[in-house]
Design a protein around this ligand. Structure first.
Ligand code: 4AD
Ligand code: MG
Length: 462
């Protein structure tokens, strides 16, 4: 018989249907003459309740072998459940234990802390919360493609190995196959990268943007969605060393068009997930953060606030809140400032534009005041910066000046400059941190709990 998924059975299964399921036992309760086991196969938050009657030929063995964590195959008939909490249950006619679980199985029926669950990254996906997180994560990833495909954006695959530091922040992981016990040196006693695999320094990418710009100059609207890497040693609940980023890039687009896309994008993500994963979202609202559904509603139904950095600084200076990091024109906004704006002041997402040129990356378009650039950060309640983007500098001379001013090399970026030599156009794009989006949606407070295998300082197990 075809194995059915538990989600589908719980949603659509009808009494007297014969079914076979496969999954892992969450709990077992036995009474005189019968036992209940709760089985989960990852497809749904709720378990399927299976009734084992003493007339099963291997009943005594099953009582011994079936325990929390064991894997089972069950065939039987669906029946209306007389008990509370479920519409339907499975009356077993044949049960096979595929893999027993020893008593040391760490996920017993009690609440475990997320810190503890991180130490068992190979098992934590079998819990209610992480299960819900990864189903929502999957739904958002699907929504990302649907959103861009509906708008005729081309999905382009930008490289993971690169020779350039897109953000210019020096947070790069170097890739090498030189023998680290015996590194070849030049006459100046510097590492001789000419002997390395690529013949020059190579890194894990911090962003697919520069290559996305190349592709946008051929296909107009493109997006890339892949892993990015940053060696920033910040042990916060919002930073990972390996995270996924969604980066659209649009030719013939200015900052206004870019802001509109970012707003439409976030609204679409929320609508999609509420529609596809209502049970999981309800669970987050009940068990993780009681603001989850209200925030989703707020994001879907309100126009985002829009203000310039200069206006934001004025508002922050007037704030009746004491900030750890003082504000004045010219400083970068800290997460406490971002959250104050979105959470306390506007009470909805806010898009801040036109940041000082000194604190933003070289590729952002210089404004006429020559003090600010066409940057945009989308700030969300609960998270702070969720999206960072900009209109790009499309004027060759201005861009060369910016690259030099930042101490970067115009020679190494020759191909990026070429895009401004051959048919340059105004263009814009942004990067949305995928894990921060999952956090915003689920209310999970630590970013390490929304990616299956978090990479952070001193954390690379599993
Ligand atoms: O603001 P960022 O650094 O922008 C860029 O990388 C641009 N090249 C994007 C573009 O215009 N195509 O990063 C974009 C987003 C941030 O807003 C944040 O959501 C997320 O990526 N992000 C991180 N997420 C998790 N861990 C980190 N260490 C992150 N750094 C940035
Ligand atoms: Mg940023």
């Amino acid at each position: 018989m075809v194995t059915r998924r538990i989600a589908e059975i719980l949603r659509q299964g009808q009494p007297s249907e014969p079914v076979t399921i496969k999954g892992w036992v969450r709990t077992k309760r036995s009474s005189k003459g019968f036992a209940f086991i709760e089985v989960n196969d990852g497809s749904f938050l709720a378990n399927l309740q299976v009734v084992l009657n003493a007339d099963l030929p291997n009943y005594e063995d099953l009582l011994k072998q079936v325990s929390t964590g064991a894997s089972v195959e069950v065939s039987g008939t669906l029946v209306e459940s007389p008990g509370k909490g479920q519409r339907i249950e499975l009356k077993a006619t044949a049960v096979t234990v595929l893999g027993v679980a020893s008593e040391s199985y760490p996920l017993q029926k009690k609440r475990h802390s997320f810190e503890f669950l991180r130490t068992i990254g190979h098992l934590r996906s079998r819990t209610n919360t992480l299960g819900a997180v990864f189903r929502v994560r999957n739904a958002i990833a699907t929504a990302v493609h649907q959103f861009f495909q509906e708008r005729d954006f081309l999905w382009v695959h930008t490289p993971i190995i690169t020779a350039s530091d897109c953000e210019g922040a020096g947070e790069l992981f170097t890739i090498t196959n030189l023998n680290l016990q015996d590194v070849p040196l030049t006459e100046d006693r510097e590492v001789d990268y000419s002997q390395d695999f690529f013949g020059k320094p190579a890194y894990l990418t911090v962003s697919g943007q520069l290559e996305a710009e190349i592709m946008a100059m051929a296909f107009r609207d493109v997006y890339t969605f892949g892993p990015t890497f940053r060696a920033e040693n910040s042990n916060t609940s919002r930073h990972l060393a390996e995270f996924w980023m969604i980066e659209p890039e649009m030719a013939f687009c200015d900052l206004d068009g870019n802001m509109q896309l970012a707003e439409d994008f976030l609204k679409y993500m929320f609508k999609y997930v509420l529609d596809r994963c209502p049970e999981d979202m309800e669970f987050f609202n009940q068990r993780i953060d009681d603001g989850v559904l209200a925030r989703a509603d707020n994001i879907i139904n309100n126009e985002f606030a829009r203000l310039t950095y200069t206006e934001a600084i004025v508002l922050l200076e007037k704030a009746d809140k004491k900030f750890e990091y003082p504000v004045r024109w010219g400083v970068d906004l800290q997460s406490e400032h971002e959250r104050y704006l979105a959470e306390d002041l506007f009470k909805k997402p806010a898009i801040v534009t036109d940041y000082p040129v000194e604190i933003k990356a070289f590729y952002m378009r210089l404004n006429n005041d020559e003090k600010t650039v066409g940057a945009m950060d989308v700030l969300a309640p609960n998270i702070g910066e969720i999206i960072g983007g900009a209109q790009r500098e499309e004027r060759l001379e201005v861009l060369e000046g910016r690259i030099e001013a930042q101490g970067m090399s115009t020679e190494e970026l020759w191909w990026y400059l070429d895009l401004r030599r051959f048919g340059t156009v105004p263009h814009a794009g942004f990067g949305s941190g995928f894990e921060r989006l999952v956090q915003l949606m689920t209310g999970m407070s630590n970013i390490r709990d929304v990616i299956p295998f978090p990479r952070a300082p001193l954390s690379v197990e599993f």
